[in-house]
Design a protein around this ligand. Structure first.
Ligand code: FEO
Ligand code: CA
Ligand code: CA
Ligand code: CA
Length: 586
């Protein structure tokens, strides 16, 4: 093939068959190993993990729960000559029922368990090392590991951009509206050309509760974001910190749902919440550079019938590693324009789901284009703003990422079983869309800053024998079944790697790869399957094309799964533990 010699990007593996095994299944000739699991040490002084005697203090120094987005940033040689890298990981959410024996709910749980859950959220930055000359990587256990760091639900964040300091972000504990404790529900993310990483705060509504009806002024916005408006039972984190009670502190909810930016190479850097990228259920945030050097960020809002967004910076990225360039680039995401996407079909007569699209301006950092809303209001209640501008309601926009080889952009729409026949359109063509689809689009003149694009569906997922499916025009008798695409990534040859969440075909979730151009376009092959109850996250093909990293999220998360009756024993044979694994060839 076109791939690097011997690299995984040759896609010459034999597909893994769909299965329900409690293991990470990889193709013949490949190996797999755990890189880091829930509870592994992150900071050098981290206590050893003890499932039976976990503490919040230990958890705040250990690898968090439910690893999702992952990025690997090469570091060069370590103290003993091994090749080292920084691995940056999101810890999206917690499964208390799998983490604690006898768990019932947050109302009656020991406070320490609520604190453990809070400390198991956020991100980890951890040094990893290559094992010998193989494609295997493991946690670096020697050396200073100065970058190793945890971010949790209580880490101080600085709010930046046009909404920072707005009245809707001010609370009793933070009258400045600029300093937030914690990041929550970090799902997917992206890496910037200036060496930082971005992390989407997604389903943040689940962390808030209301001890009484909330202030009526907040009701419309809270409803649109799935936040409680009347007395409800949430996670009861208000038992730890009153700010999670929206009857008392409604603005606290406005301080989550952002894209956060961290600098993994600077252990002292204060992480930022970038308000210019809008507030919604951010799946991820992937960066590309426009023809003229401006930064472009693609943003999916993962909810049924929600939208695709794009940010284009005002200033150009400055290249190079100088401190001045870094300072300049660290401001890029605070100034620019936020757009929302409209997809227009060209009709079904041509036998293709395709058409044209436009990016509708919502606001710049100085000017709002949404009637009756200021810039800050557009950014804080972005969903309400977008609703007024006529964008296309999609089937849950998850990861959106530009192919670095071809320039085309791919958006995973994971599923939408609520779409009715009357609600189908050419970009979301199936009612009760259980298996999802992937949209491919090309910005005008292949310029990521363009205002218009052309689009077509690349995959309509499901069992290839289902006549409603489409695999990029490839022979459907030769493809792997795929359902519920969630995260996407590209290897060095521009092949698309797709991980799934919630396989509605009855088998375990997995990771798939396909070419996007040429005779192999749409030849979807399953590269791995994850254990029982798990979702496949992260996927990353290393720069040298030798290793595939995958975040195995929530193994054993099935009805009846508890520490007494685990439904998965992956990866170590006892209690299930979310873990990042690496896969490599002989
Ligand atoms: Fe956290 Fe949209 O998946
Ligand atoms: Ca058409
Ligand atoms: Ca996801
Ligand atoms: Ca998902």
């Amino acid at each position: 093939g076109r791939g690097h010699h011997g690299g995984v990007d040759s896609l010459d593996f034999t597909p893994v068959a769909p299965n329900k095994l409690d293991q990470l299944s990889v193709p013949k000739g490949y190996h797999q190993a755990v890189v880091a699991a829930w509870g592994d040490p992150v900071t050098p002084d981290a206590p050893r993990f003890d499932f039976e005697r976990q503490t919040a203090h230990a958890q705040s120094k250990q690898f968090g729960y439910n690893n999702d987005y992952l990025m690997v940033l090469p570091l060069g040689r370590g103290p003993r000559g091994s090749e080292r890298a920084l691995m940056v990981i999101n810890h999206e959410y917690t499964d208390e029922i799998l983490m604690f024996r006898g768990w019932k709910d947050g109302a009656g749980a020991p406070i320490e368990q609520l604190r453990i859950a809070m400390a198991a959220h956020g991100m980890s930055v951890v040094e990893i090392e290559r094992v010998g000359r193989t494609g295997r990587w493991r946690l670096a256990r020697s050396g200073r590991r100065p970058f190793n760091r945890r971010f949790t639900a209580t880490t101080p964040f600085l709010v930046t951009g046009p909404a920072a300091g707005h009245a809707l972000l001010k609370t009793k504990a933070d009258p400045s509206g600029r300093r937030v404790l914690g990041t929550l529900n970090n799902c997917s993310g992206g890496v910037t050309p200036w060496g930082t990483t971005l992390h989407g705060e997604e389903n943040i509504n689940q962390y808030f509760e209301a001890s009484a009806p909330v202030d009526p002024a907040y009701v419309d916005a809270f409803k649109r974001y799935g936040l409680p408006i009347a007395a409800n039972s949430g996670k009861f984190w208000s038992r730890v910190d009153e700010r999670f009670d929206l009857a008392k502190h409604p603005n606290e909810a406005n301080r989550f749902g952002w894209v956060v930016e961290i600098d993994p190479h600077d252990p002292d850097a204060v992480p930022r919440k970038r308000t210019m990228l809008g507030r919604f259920k951010h799946e991820g945030a992937t960066v590309t550079i426009a023809k003229d050097g401006r930064a472009v960020v693609y943003l999916g809002d993962d909810e049924k019938f929600d939208y695709l967004y794009k940010f284009v910076s005002t200033d150009r990225q400055r290249k190079g590693n100088s401190a001045a360039a870094h300072r300049h680039n660290m401001d890029l995401l605070d100034h620019g324009t936020l757009y929302v996407a409209k997809f227009t079909g060209d009709g079904s007569d041509d036998g293709q789901y395709d058409g044209t699209g436009e990016w509708i301006k919502l606001c710049t950092d100085k000017e709002s284009f949404v009637p009756g809303m200021s810039v800050a209001e557009v950014l804080i209640n972005t969903r309400l703003a977008a609703d007024k501008m006529g964008p296309t309601k999609m089937d849950r926009p998850e990861d959106v990422e530009r192919n670095p080889v071809t320039g085309s952009v791919y958006m995973a729409c994971t599923n939408n079983d609520s779409r009715t026949a009357a609600q189908v359109d050419e970009a979301n063509p199936r009612a009760t869309n259980k298996h999802g689809h992937i949209v491919e689009f090309d910005e005008e003149h292949q310029d990521a800053a363009a205002r218009t694009f052309t689009w077509r569906l690349f995959l309509v997922c499901g069992d290839p024998e289902d006549p409603s499916t489409y695999f990029g025009g490839y022979d459907k008798s030769k493809v792997s079944p795929i359902s519920c695409p969630d995260n996407v990534a590209f290897d060095g040859s521009g092949n698309l790697w797709i991980s799934t969440d919630g396989n509605a075909l009855g088998s375990n979730d997995g990771l798939f790869a396909t070419a996007t151009r040429g005779p192999e376009r749409g030849h979807v092959k399953q590269f791995l399957t994850v254990p029982i109850g798990a979702e496949t996250c992260g996927p990353l093909v290393s720069e040298d094309q030798r290793t595939v990293f995958v975040a195995v999220q929530h193994p054993g998360e099935l009805d009846g799964g508890t520490p007494e009756t685990p439904k998965s024993h992956w990866p170590f044979g006892d209690q299930p533990r979310p873990a990042v694994a690496c896969v490599w060839k002989d």
